[in-house]
Design a protein around this ligand. Structure first.
Ligand SMILES: Cc1ncc(C[n+]2csc(CCOP(=O)(O)OP(=O)(O)O)c2C)c(N)n1
Ligand SMILES: [Mg+2]
Length: 597
């Protein structure tokens, strides 16, 4: 165990008398916390009062769910803790969705949940609910301050565990425990170094890779979290292996690299799918191989079922969980990759013999896919053709291609859940890690906008852009207040198709166009709403305006201004997400026969 004793910040040293509020805040200081997202509440006001002198910025948001997502975005871009705090009861229950999202994004978010006072707990007083059971399945660790003297110890543990287990932790504090006198020492952060994995497993993996004729690497979020990109590139070059991004981790390998093939999964790259289908050995690097990541797409059932699979994940429970694996390595993506490079360097590699053919195949598949994307101007199913026929609005795919072309260097892009956001997966390419923040497997509408606000706080010099459907925008636009009030300039690209499109697509495909609750009629002008809220707002109607609008909005961030670009797009819809989980309707009761397939 490597205990880091260095003080990251100027926290007080040595055992001494302090109040629990001071112990809490000093532990935040020791953990390097600079920013906390939340809504003010009496429950923790005594600690909040200390934030300015502790050098901690309190970012006041519009809704606690937004604070949770901001903490998530902050953590994902920085690799450090994101922290959120709220009033006991309703403020805390508003954290549930964002905590679940952070759980599936593996974000080290510390959710601070002041609780009703210990002397009235169970009496049904004001703003009381049991706060630990609610978060029990969406956190990696729950610290409950059961005695005020343990405030610093338990606060520190919540922070340490969030990084150790890579996921949200909860720190539950009865509100009366902020007051009083205690004697304590502020613990220093405990940072545990992860290793490369078991020797035998690494040897077996190296053997498998050395004998592979067509090895393919699949880079997941673990590559990003372990800062293993340079090592992944070295290994890919050593093997001259094609590299795919795992689903929604388009920033796990640089798109400009000749070995890069693009993302797998929903609306991913056909080039990546066709190349991984040829693999005799797949190296799944830093990925849990989540169930949606390898679903058939574009009519391609591409997962190479006969191939040897080497899976590397920091969480041993993920090895072989979803896909059978030949070798499972519990290790850090960077350390494990270095260990594999050491074993493979100087060894005779079967894949060297045919590397020329493989490189040619990568080039050809990528060129074919780019040409297909260029010509795929709109959706071609009958319903889409019909709704787009008389529309003067932009085709979503063409609009997304224009956004891709105008994307500023070093941009951070968050994406929501929705049909157009999902299609964007084909058009989002990145050169550096910690650049793409999708709603991941919790898949909640309303994720992208607050998340990119948090990302911008952690990386103020990078352009921050959220892709959001108009339905999801209705859930999350309230955080424009946060951007304006707290001077956090970002860009929201809102896809106005006047519908909850992703769900409508299921009505079209499975329910004979019986539309219920999917049309977003009588929406306000989102550009006008943005202006009324003190941001910039621009309605974009034509393709030629898309690029200039995005570039201007990114530039405005440098001048402190937030912009909403309202993209007027047709109602056409791309392939659905959950085709795997829906079925044509069966009806047995006479009353419902009219809805049978
Ligand atoms: C919080 C939440 N509520 C509901 C859903 C179900 N859902 C998934 S996609 C979707 C439609 C999204 O519509 P919009 O944001 O307008 O994007 P579009 O599909 O039109 O591009 C809905 C309602 C969800 N994923 N999350
Ligand atoms: Mg929509």
């Amino acid at each position: 165990m490597n205990i880091m004793t260095e003080t990251r910040n100027l926290a007080v040293a040595g055992k001494q008398k302090m109040t629990p509020s001071e112990a809490f805040v000093e532990t935040l200081v020791a953990q390097g916390v600079k920013d906390v997202f939340g809504i003010v509440g009496s429950a923790y006001m005594d600690a909040l009062d200390l934030f300015p002198l502790a050098g901690i910025r309190f970012i006041s948001v519009a809704h606690e769910q937004g604070a949770g997502h901001m903490a998530d975005g902050y953590a994902r871009v920085s690799g450090r803790h994101g922290v959120c705090i709220a009033q006991n009861g309703p403020g805390v229950t508003n954290f549930v969705t964002s905590t679940a999202a952070a759980y599936w994004a593996h974000s080290p978010v510390v959710v601070v949940t002041p609780e009703t006072g210990s002397m009235t707990l169970g009496l049904g007083g004001f703003q009381e609910t049991e706060q630990l059971p609610i978060f029990s399945r969406i956190t990696k660790y729950q610290a409950h301050v059961n005695n005020k003297a343990r405030m610093a110890e338990l606060t520190a543990r919540a922070f340490d565990r969030a990084l150790l287990e890579l996921g949200p932790t909860q720190l539950n504090i009865p509100r009366d425990f902020f007051y009083g006198d205690i004697e304590c020492e502020i613990p220093r952060p405990v940072v545990i170094e992860r290793g490369a994995g078991g020797e035998q497993a690494l040897n077996a993996a190296a053997e498998l890779l050395a004998g592979a004729q067509f090895p393919v690497i699949l880079c997941g979020g673990g590559v990003i979290m372990a800062e293993a990109l340079a090592e992944a590139i070295r290994l890919a070059e050593l093997l001259q292996a094609p590299v795919c991004n795992s689903y929604l981790h388009n920033d796990s390998f640089p798109a400009g690299h000749p070995l890069w093939c693009g993302p797998l999964g929903y609306q991913g790259s056909k080039a990546a799918m066709k190349l991984i289908a040829k693999a005799d050995v797949v190296l799944a690097l830093g990925t849990r191989l989540g169930p949606f990541g390898t679903l058939p797409q574009h009519g391609l059932d591409y997962w190479p079922k006969g191939a040897g699979i080497v899976q590397i994940d920091a969480d041993a429970k993920m090895l072989g969980l979803v896909k059978p694996v030949s070798v499972g390595i519990c290790g850090d993506a960077k350390a494990a990759t270095l260990a594999l490079i050491a074993r493979l360097t100087g060894k005779s590699l079967a894949c060297r013999a045919n590397q020329g053919e493989r490189l040619a195949a990568i080039r050809a598949e990528k060129a074919t896919w780019e040409a297909e994307l260029d010509s795929w101007s709109h959706e071609k199913d009958a319903w889409s053709l019909d709704v787009a026929k008389n529309s003067s609005h932009m085709h979503p795919r063409q609009m997304l291609r224009e956004l891709e072309r105008a994307m500023p260097d070093n941009a951070m892009v968050s994406t929501d859940i929705g049909n157009i956001c999902s299609i964007a997966n084909s058009y989002l390419r990145f050169e550096r890690p910690r650049s793409m923040f999708a709603a991941m497997s919790f898949g909640n509408c309303g994720y992208a906008f607050p998340t990119v606000i948090g990302a911008k706080v952690a990386a103020p010099d990078r352009p921050a852009i959220a892709y959001v459907g108009d339905g999801a925008w209705g859930m999350s636009f309230g955080e424009l207040q946060t951007c304006v009030r707290e001077r956090i300039p970002v860009t929201a690209v809102v896809f106005n198709n006047g519908q909850w499109g992703a769900e409508k697509k299921n009505h079209v495909d499975f329910y004979a166009n019986r539309f219920i609750g999917v049309n977003l009629d009588k929406q306000p002008s989102w550009a006008a709403v943005a202006k009324a809220m003190g941001a910039e707002g621009q309605r974009v109607d034509t393709l030629s305006d898309v690029g200039p609008a995005l570039r201007a909005a990114a530039k405005a961030q440098g001048e402190g201004r937030t912009t909403v670009l309202e993209m007027m797009v047709t109602r056409e819809l791309g392939d659905p997400f959950r085709r795997d989980a829906l079925a044509l309707p069966t009806r047995h009761l006479a009353k419902y026969k009219a809805t049978a397939a």
